[in-house]
Each structure stands twice: as structure tokens, then as C-alpha cells.
Design a protein around this ligand. Structure first.
Ligand code: KG4
Ligand code: ZN
Length: 372
């Protein structure tokens, strides 16, 4: 394996990384410079393939990844104007995700890294989502609090130079899963979350009442009771032949989810004195969540960061950004790397409410980027 990287680049923190992502229903490749600049970002979305089934069919996803990965990588290299020899490392999503889908990216990346004799970096998909913020705001630096909400995860995480600390997480379903389920109950096509968001724009969020989730963990989330409450509300009206507007139901459901996410997040912000909050993951595309958190952070004098819509869903650019930090730390993977569908984040065992970050200003981004 090429050993010269650390010597060549560590001090300057420079790198050229080809990243690949295939954890669910997007086949993606990107070339990232120095962990912050996108030289290319190619995503093939499988939405059209899964649309007839109302959700992701794992076998179809794997097959499509196999068909597309080489094309997507070739296009990413072409758009970046680089040859494979120019690269410092290759990066790939190791997990979490669908095992058959992950295996395509991992196998492809291993083969390419071995053939090129370049370092391989295994990236956690959730760490990738967090890192999308570094691409959008190149001056953003840890420490900050991050709400990561996707189809499989809902986490409140403290991001520091020294690592990640879990503050809270969902005790049952993920926020994205809840959006997708509610969308299905309303008969909206896959992908449910974005379609529900669109429909909710013309609805009345106060038309019905849904009970806010109750959960004992101060910074934890719960969506399963809310999901059931919503199903009962809709089915009850169906059975009574009561007329209703789907857009009202969409707006009510969305508002309840967003309120729950915002309440818990802003409680953590306040309790621990955070002055910087970032949002990440597929659900960070939700227009109402973006709007509410921006308002709440504005009122609390907290800097708020959220990636542009082009970087909220699954993409390889965010994987390249996360990989850069790992490369600098010397965290390379062996060529025997395997996909891990249940890969968890490496959390520090306990959060420390006092030490909010060594050296850096714990409560702000002095001289840093302009928040949204
Ligand atoms: O991060 P992501 O693309 O894939 C996973 O890592 O899971 O997140 C996908 C999830 C899906 O549940 C999708 O419905 C949801 O993000 N999502 C949204 C919106 N856009 C995507 N949920 C609510 N509103 C949106 N605008
Ligand atoms: Zn994702």
C-alpha cells in the first residue's frame, strides 16, 4: 500500500479522495479535495425502480448498484478531471444500510484500492451525513451539536475533534421511517417523506390534534406511538366516511414530528449551552424542520447550519468529506474490509457536560462560517 500519504500531506491536511456510497437506493461516487471541496458529485437515484413497489426492494437495489457503480465512478473521475493515479485514497460506506447494497460498494472499492495500491477508508454512513455540513460550510469546525435524522436513524450527537458523543436517540422508529409510513397511509407515492412535505405546504397544521410523543429520556425521541395515533386518526375517519383533506393531515403529522424533534434538540442546546447546531440526514430536507430550527436558533442566538438540498440525501460527497478526517488520523481499512449493515457509530462512553471541547470556543464558531 502507498505509505507516502502521511508524509506528503498530513501537515497541510490535503487530500484527493474518490468516495463511493451504495448503502440504500442511491449509487453515488464523488471526488473530494481536502475534505471540503467537491470536485465531482454523481448520484444515480433508484427512485423510478422502486416506485411501483411503494418502497425500497433490497434485491432490486443491489442489482441496480452492480449495474451502475462502474458508470458512476467513471463519470465522477471524468467530471473531476483526474486520473486514478492522482488520488490519495479511496473511501466507501461500510454501513449501516442494506447488506446486499453495501456489499456492492465495498467490493468495488476494495478491488479498485487493491489494484491501484491506494489506502482504503471505511466510512460510517451517519458520520458521512454529519460531514455534509463541512462541504456546505468549509469553515465549520467542531465542537457543535448535530441532529441527524434519516430513514434509519434519529440521533442527537455532540461533534468534537476528539470524537462523537451520543446525547440522545430514538427509542423506536426513525423520523424518516415515520414520515414514510404516514405518507403511505395517505396514499402518497414512494419516496414518502418528500411527497408528504410537498403536500403539507397547502394544508392546515391545526386542523386536527395529535398527541405529542412522551418519552422519559430528556433528549431521546419516539415516533412509534405518533405513527399509530396518525393511522388511527385516518382509519377512524375512513370508517365513519368523514371527509378530510389529505393536505391537512400531512401538515398536522409533519408539525407534530417537527415539534418533537425541535423540542428535544433545543432542550439539549439550552441545557448544555451550545451555541452551534447543525442538522443532517435525509429528513434534514424537510422544509418545516429547516424553517422551525432556523427560527428557534435565531431566537436563542444559536448559529444554525444545514446542508443545501443537494447534500441532504444520500451522496458520496459526504462520504469523501468524512473520509478526509479519517485519512488525516491514519484510520485506513484493510483490503479484507466487510460491509456491516448494523455498523454503529464510535461513541465516547459518556458525555461530559462540563468540557464542551478542548481549546476551541465551545459555544460558537468565532471567525467561522456564516450560519443560515
Ligand atoms: O439519509 P437518507 O437519504 O437515507 C437514509 O440514510 O436513511 O434519508 C431518507 C429518509 C427517507 O425516510 C425519506 O422519506 C426522508 O429521509 N426524507 C424526508 C424528506 N426528504 C427525505 N422526510 C421528510 N421531509 C422531506 N422533505
Ligand atoms: Zn442516509
Amino acid at each position: 500500500m502507498e505509505k507516502s500519504f502521511e508524509k506528503k500531506h498530513a501537515e497541510k491536511e490535503r487530500s484527493l479522495i474518490l468516495a463511493m456510497e451504495s448503502s440504500c437506493d442511491e449509487t453515488a461516487a464523488a471526488v473530494i479535495k481536502d475534505g471540503r471541496t467537491i470536485l465531482s458529485d454523481v448520484v444515480f437515484s433508484q427512485i423510478a425502480l422502486h416506485l411501483p413497489y411503494g418502497g425500497v426492494v433490497p434485491e432490486i437495489a443491489s442489482r441496480s448498484h452492480i449495474e451502475k457503480i462502474d458508470l458512476v465512478v467513471t463519470e465522477a473521475m471524468k467530471q473531476a478531471g483526474l486520473s486514478f493515479e492522482d488520488l490519495d485514497a479511496l473511501a466507501v460506506t461500510q454501513g449501516p444500510g442494506l447488506v446486499g447494497a453495501l456489499l456492492v460498494g465495498v467490493s468495488y472499492a476494495k478491488g479498485l484500492a487493491y489494484a491501484l495500491n491506494k489506502p482504503l477508508i471505511a466510512v460510517n454512513h451517519i458520520a458521512g451525513h454529519i460531514s455534509a455540513n463541512y462541504l456546505a460550510y468549509p469553515d465549520l469546525k467542531p465542537p457543535f451539536l448535530c441532529l441527524v435524522v434519516s430513514g434509519g436513524h434519529s440521533h442527537l450527537i455532540e461533534v468534537r475533534d476528539s470524537g462523537l458523543t451520543l446525547v440522545g436517540c430514538t427509542q423506536d422508529d426513525a423520523a424518516g421511517e415515520a414520515f414514510d409510513k404516514a405518507a403511505r397511509v395517505l396514499g402518497l407515492p414512494y419516496p414518502g417523506g418528500p411527497n408528504l412535505d410537498k403536500l403539507a405546504k397547502s394544508g392546515n397544521k391545526d386542523a386536527y390534534h395529535l398527541t405529542q410523543p412522551k418519552i422519559s429520556g430528556a433528549y431521546d425521541f419516539s415516533f412509534s406511538g405518533l405513527k399509530t395515533g396518525f393511522i388511527n386518526l385516518v382509519h377512524g375517519m375512513d370508517q365513519r366516511n368523514e371527509p378530510y383533506k389529505k393536505e391537512d393531515l400531512a401538515a398536522v403529522f409533519q408539525e407534530t414530528v417537527v415539534t418533537h424533534l425541535c423540542d428535544k434538540t433545543m432542550k439539549a442546546v439550552k441545557d448544555f449551552g451550545w451555541k452551534t447546531l447543525a442538522l443532517a440526514g435525509g429528513v434534514s430536507a424537510n422544509s418545516r424542520l429547516r424553517e422551525r430550527l432556523k427560527e428557534l436558533c435565531g431566537a436563542a442566538d444559536v448559529a444554525f447550519f444545514v446542508p443545501p438540498l443537494s447534500l441532504t440525501g444520500d451522496n458520496a460527497a459526504m462520504i469523501g468529506a468524512a473520509a478526509h478526517a479519517q485519512l488525516i488520523r491514519g484510520e485506513t481499512a484493510p483490503y479484507s474490509l466487510n460491509a456491516d449493515p448494523a455498523l454503529s457509530l464510535n461513541f465516547a462512553p459518556e458525555r461530559d457536560p462540563v468540557d464542551l471541547g478542548a481549546g476551541a470556543d465551545p459555544h460558537g464558531q468565532d471567525g467561522g462560517p456564516d450560519p443560515v
